[in-house]
Design a protein around this ligand. Sequence first.
Ligand code: NAD
Length: 485
Amino acid sequence: MTHPAQPKASHFINGEYVEDTGGTPIPVIYAATGEQIATVYAATPAIVEQALSTSKAAQKEWAKMTGTERGRILRRAADIMRERNHELSVLETYDTGKPLQETLVADATSGADALEYFGGLAGSLTGEHIPMGEDWVYTKREALGLCVGIGAWNYPTQIACWKGAPALACGNSMVFKPSETTPLCALKVAEILHEAGAPAGIYNVIQGMGEVGGALVTDPRVDKVSLTGSVPTGKKVYAAAAEGMKHVTMELGGKSPLIIFDDADVDNAVGGAINGNFYSSGQVCSNGTRVFVQKGIKERFLACLAERTGNAVIGDPMDETTSFGPMVTENQMNIVLGYIEKGKEEGARLICGGERADMDGYYIQPTVFADVTDDMTIAREEIFGPVMSVLDFDTEEEVIARANDTEFGLSAGVFTNDFSRAHRVIDQLEAGSCFINSYNDAPVEAPFGGVKASGVGRENSKEAIKHFSQVKSVYVRMGDVEAAF
Ligand code: NAD
């Protein structure tokens, strides 16, 4: 019998599901059991062509609609997503293995927020009038054209919407390629946009590995590429986009610092560290995985952290009491277990976890290492799993220098009750998305993105509009033209 997660077909192009079994089969594995629940097929060159040509053809008419009309469609899609939140959350759980307790509140809901927010902004995207004596200049905010979105596997619904909603609000069309690891949810986003009234071709979804992503990025018809992925992939995609002088947004990896001063509220700081390391089993790009704790509260912090981490409910992701699910794939589990071994070998002190959980599926216990030093592998490389490194520090100046000593710059957090210090420290941290006495809040109203190797451009907020549009300026002369001859 077909599993309920099996989509109608692999691709959604020009307003309908399309299949081409000539492409490489991509098995979809449910991370909680290891069973294969669906199969999709990578896009063949013919499918890539169909997706790009229909999206290109649809864009001009879409851009001619008023922003209010486009926005109404996006807001209708947001309403449909909210009405279907439960079934979309179950699908997200099948796609990723994340517990339903999370997906019910963080995925389709976050996607709907983006559709609603950018739907609301669409009617107010205007230019400027610049007086020049009796002449004047006016500016127009125009669509870029055909945009490509490429997703990572940790938030398949959210990523599809965070890219699609601002792109469509500005009058662009999009071809979206989800991660081959989590191909299911983006198809639902396309289906819902179409049901809400988006013209055929405005938001196409096709499947495939890096090769299909590469074919999209290098196509001369494509005007912009927005990638969520790792730094090595980001470098390749950025370079390929530069060849064609395309616009880019790069949402890449991180190794973010979370700094906890002696005067912080210990319970809140521990809560921030748990949210910033163990949500989605640690598979979150902005996680604060280097937790710098000032020496005065170190032992209190560790005791409280170990006790609360022990309360994680590890188990069946479909059970709403489960608060901690498996890693997305066996491969990702093995990568993370490798880092845990490195942590042990290099002399970090294991506080809790440190093993595969004793059950089917790709589960790893939430793991905390203390006495981690800056040079250890677990303090330098992005792990993308539930492994928290706790490092000690003495002074503000020292911790700022150490926090910034990384190629990454996605996020940073500070816990302290001294607000002057909180702002002073945040000002000096090299990161794009920062938190004071909190961690990992990502409302659609706030810009999201990194500096340094963690990326370029911003998602969400009014900033995303700038990255999915361009300004045309028009000089208007009222009098005669003066010329030298
Ligand atoms: P990945 O880099 O392996 O893959 C990302 C996407 O790029 C996939 O869809 C993949 O098929 C595609 N791809 C791979 N090679 C390509 C190529 N040459 N051309 C075009 N496309 C190509 O990343 P992943 O393992 O899926 O996700 C984990 C990474 O994503 C982590 O580093 C994480 O930090 C990052 N991430 C960042 C954010 C953010 O917003 N900053 C959010 C989530 C995940």
